[in-house]
Design a protein around this ligand. Sequence first.
Ligand code: PMP
Ligand code: GLU
Length: 398
Amino acid sequence: MPTLSQKVSAISPSPTLTIDARAKELKSAGEDVIGFGAGEPDFDTPLHIREAAKNAIDEGFTRYTPASGIPELKKAICEKLRKDNGLEFQPGQIVVSNGAKHSLDNVFAAILNKGDEVIIPAPYWVSYPELVKLNDGVPVILETKKDNCYKARTDELEKAITPRTKAFILNSPNNPTGCVYTRDELEGIAHLALKHQFYIVSDEIYEKLIYGENEHVSIASLSKEVQEQTIIVNGVSKSYAMTGWRIGYTASSLPLANAMANLQSHAASNPNSIAQKAALAALNGPQDCVEEMRRTFTRRRDYMLNRLKSFPFISAVEPEGAFYLFIHVGKTFAKKFRGTLIGDGDNFAALLLEHYRVAIVPGKGFGAPEYARFSYATSEEIIAAGLDRLESFLRELT
Ligand code: PMP
Ligand code: GLU
């Protein structure tokens, strides 16, 4: 049997998607499963966006488009970046792709040479290290501290920089912790990026989902020099409940955008034509749907945080953005559930799923094995029922 590539053999499957698929499979087999796994809004895509897609089909907008996206969508993205983030970009600097995940893959393919290092603060979104490895890079995991809300501190970051450092991944609001970097913290990171000449890959996919007094600052807006060295990654999946449509984008320097467009022209031809029209309607249409979803997420977050306070053994990081609760479950590892030692986060998640039919994502894939991620992108009734089950599970531990 001919062998597989070493690259592909060295990566593991996405745990978020694996858990989500497992929960959906159990549900469709008639099992009463409560899914806290998926990182996707439970809302339907707003009507005006769906209508735009239907019109695109009816009008025959069903052929290849320019590889890096249709001009009107790139223009709308530039307008969004100007309005929301105070950034000036030209349409040529935008590359529209099949979801932000695909955008990230393009970025790493375009900037990494074999052995180049990418600094990733942990906890991190599960796909970052794997995407870096797939593109011949070396993920350098930077441990962060709870007392700094798991954000990279400038002094810690500086210690991780080597002559091979090519990029730093900034994800604010963060998946899985929900933490948001302040302007001051961003200034510190930007200063290091300019001093040591590495890229900042700024994944801003959760920028619209922010709670309380926190504000989203795009690091690229700090100065022209910082913008030159930043690659913004964003998309419509989370803000507009469009996970299945697969539209993400990058905003970067022109040479890098050209390189990614060339790559994409061979690897994917173009992002889906109909979904591009839908994304255009999302960006150009009314934005009240985004605010409505954000308010709903705020209510759910507050409800969960409040209830969890009285649960034994676990504690949550208070999220400032995104729609996840990152929960410390390490204190349960020495406990037993019906005679079985829990031992680690994978077992915790497996026992909770097997006996109480609650799906969560264990922390190992996020680089935080003592934690588990609970998504609150699900209805309040489901959250309430899921927490009842979690509480019963925890109270059974001995
Ligand atoms: N970045 C982060 C931090 C994410 O959580 C996700 C999950 N969807 C993505 C990027 C990818 O988004 P998309 O669905 O647009 O590929
Ligand atoms: N990003 C979401 C999550 O973290 C969706 C699944 C994925 O793409 O990883 O759950």
